[in-house]
Structure formats: structure tokens, C-alpha cells
Design a binder for this molecule. Structure first.
Ligand code: 13P
Ligand code: SF4
Length: 334
């Protein structure tokens, strides 16, 4: 995380004119190279806008995976974090996949090493292994199913209906939420997201009391005490959809503040307020923004198209096994 912070601190910011010129240069290269940008909602708004303007996509992790697979581009530029690039490569081995920043990872991925996870699964051999998309290719290869926050409940309901005991990794908050919603027999891995773990229920209650008209939107990687206060719990795209459809005019958003860019664009007359990460008991390690998502910038997109960038490579055996786990999710949610 320190590496990401230093990188972000040392980034030189461009003025508006430089940004416009750079965006046009990138769009030309994307056209000539038949390349497409797949961007996550937590990435800087200017990169999100570039993805849309150039015919790419901004989406949650499930839709990013689907889009990469169906895209007719020869080259995929992934503006997000490493597991998203790996998933794109696994689903499209014939395409070249580049990250906007190869150092961009995820605390959930980093906190779940293959050896430890393999041992955990070996010690519980009767359990079906479900892993969150926010994991490395090798962890997915060790699993029976991959899920994202937008489909985890539906998939676990299906598996629970077959009375299957489960392992869920690596996010303990999402695992607990799924357990609560489905009643499934789940053994959780104890990982957490450095961004969502920081939302504070005590402070959120205070804020909500001062603006009772506001609805509270929460990503299920947040702690249970925060989820309990929510009007809507969902993946990034589910929260965005809710904010568009709700009659409410003000929302408190308990997820990475990068999502507020898309929320404001689709509902310009509504107000979006960041849920508190500061206050009682706060350490404010992330301040509602993922340090790795922040590493994605316009210069990185240009560099990824420049010919010297390092391609995402996933070993064949790992890729084939992980593909099975991811494909089950894609078929289930079709
Ligand atoms: P979504 O699948 O909801 O986009 O979440 C991805 C993620 O990394 C959340 O922190
Ligand atoms: Fe990982 Fe959290 Fe960043 Fe999402 S916001 S990529 S879960 S560290």
C-alpha cells in the first residue's frame, strides 16, 4: 500500500489542455491498434470518461469480465487492479491484455496467498470452495466457483439449496453478509478490503440523523454494522442503478468515492455524500479511495499502448482451471 501511496504522491498532474490532448492521442492509438479500455468505477473520472468516449466500458467486476470476453478488440487495456486484468486474460487467452498500472493490486488479493489458502482448503476437504473475484488466478484455479458481489447471494442460495457446506474467501465482511442473507454453512477466510473496512457505523448514524432524507448505499465489503444501516446493499453497478431509479434526491455512499463520478453523471440533480471513514475509532488508512485504483491515470493508459508495457500472462494450467471456476459464474448469471 505504501508503494501505491508514494506512486500517487509523485504523479505529476496535467493541466486541462494537456489532458484533452493526451485523451485525443490515446483515442487515435486505440483505434489504430484495435484496442479497448475496460475500466472500473473506482478509477479516476477522467479515465472513466475516456473509456466511454472511446467505445470501451466502465463497469463492476462481473461486467468487466463479460465485456472483455465478448469484445472484438485485439488488445484489452484494463484500468483497475491486477485481478481484473488476470480475469480478462483467462477469459480471452488469444487477446493481449495490459494493465494501466502493473503495480495496482488489491488488499484482498494480497492477503490470500496460494500456500495458505491451499492448506485451508485441504484442511476442510468436504467444503465446496467459493472465491471472490478479488483474488489471484491461482486462488481461482484452486476454487470450485468464482463470485462477485453482484451475484454471490444468488450463487450461494443455489449451492445452499443443495445442502453444500462452503468455504468463502477472502473477504470476511462479504462472507458474513452472504451467510446472513442465505443461511448457508460458510467457513470464512479472514481478509478485508482496506477501503471498505474503514467505514464507521457510529459516525454514519450521526450523519444520517442530521440528514434523515438521505438514503444510505453500502457495498457488501463494508462491516456488518455499516451494512445494517443501508437502504441498498450491492455491487458498484447495483448501487449506481439504485441511485438512478430511487425517488430520493440525496445519498450517503459507503463505497470507494470513485463511484460518485458515475452517480453524478447519471443523476446530475441528485446529491452524493461520502460516508464517514473518520471520527470515533478511525484510522483513516484509505479515506474512501482505493490507493491501487488511484494508480490508474491517462499517462498509464498511453504507456500501456506504447509497445514496451508488460503484458498480463497467466500460466496455461492455472488459466484453464481458473477459467472453469469463472465460467460457472458467467453461465449462472447469463
Ligand atoms: P464490484 O464488483 O462491486 O465492482 O467490486 C469490486 C471491488 O473491488 C470492490 O471493492
Ligand atoms: Fe481491493 Fe478494496 Fe481496492 Fe476493491 S477497493 S480493489 S476490494 S482494496
Amino acid at each position: 500500500m505504501l508503494e501505491a501511496r508514494l506512486f500517487n504522491k509523485e504523479k505529476t498532474s496535467l493541466n486541462l489542455q494537456e489532458k484533452i490532448l493526451l485523451k485525443e492521442e490515446i483515442k487515435d492509438k486505440l483505434r489504430v491498434m484495435n484496442a479497448s479500455i475496460i475500466c472500473h468505477y473506482y478509477v479516476d473520472g477522467i479515465v472513466q470518461d475516456l473509456a466511454i468516449e472511446s467505445g470501451g466500458i466502465v463497469a463492476d467486476s462481473l461486467e468487466m469480465a463479460r465485456y472483455g470476453q465478448r469484445s472484438s478488440a485485439d488488445i484489452l487495456i484494463v484500468a483497475g487492479v491486477k485481478f481484473m486484468g488476470e480475469t480478462a486474460k483467462i477469459l480471452s487467452p488469444q487477446k493481449k491484455v495490459f494493465m494501466v498500472n502493473n503495480m495496482a493490486t488489491c488488499s484482498l488479493d494480497v492477503g490470500c496467498s496460494f500456500d495458505d489458502f491451499n492448506e485451508f482448503c485441504d484442511n476442510n476437504p468436504s467444503r465446496t470452495v467459493l472465491v471472490y473475484a478479488n483474488t489471484s488466478a491461482s486462488i481461482k484455479a484452486r476454487s470450485d466457483w468464482t463470485v462477485t458481489s453482484s451475484c454471490a447471494i444468488d450463487i450461494v442460495e443455489y449451492l445452499a439449496s443443495k445442502k453444500l457446506p462452503l468455504i468463502f474467501a477472502p473477504d470476511k465482511h462479504l462472507g458474513n453478509y452472504i451467510k446472513k442473507m442465505t443461511g448457508a454453512d460458510i467457513l470464512n477466510w479472514e481478509g478485508h478490503c482496506v477501503v471498505h473496512d474503514e467505514f464507521k457505523s457510529f459516525e454514519l448514524k450521526k450523519l444520517s440523523k442530521n440528514m434523515p432524507e438521505a438514503e444510505i448505499l453500502v457495498h457488501p465489503e463494508a462491516p456488518n454494522s455499516v451494512i445494517e444501516l443501508a437502504d441498498c446493499v450491492g455491487s458498484t453497478s447495483q448501487l449506481l442503478k439504485y441511485s438512478k431509479q430511487s425517488k430520493c434526491k440525496t445519498f450517503i455512499v459507503a463505497t470507494d468515492n470513485g463511484l460518485i463520478h458515475a452517480m453524478k453523471k447519471s443523476s446530475p440533480k441528485k446529491s452524493f455524500i461520502e460516508a464517514p471513514t473518520a471520527g470515533n475509532g478511525a484510522t483513516c488508512k484509505s479515506c474512501a479511495h482505493c490507493p491501487w485504483m488511484e494508480m490508474n491515470d491517462l499517462k498509464g493508459v498511453l504507456n500501456a499502448l506504447g509497445g514496451n508495457a508488460e503484458e498480463i500472462i497467466v500460466q496455461n494450467e492455472t488459466s484453464e482451471k481458473a477459467m472453469k471456476s469463472i465460467t460457472k459464474m458467467l453461465n449462472f448469471t447469463r
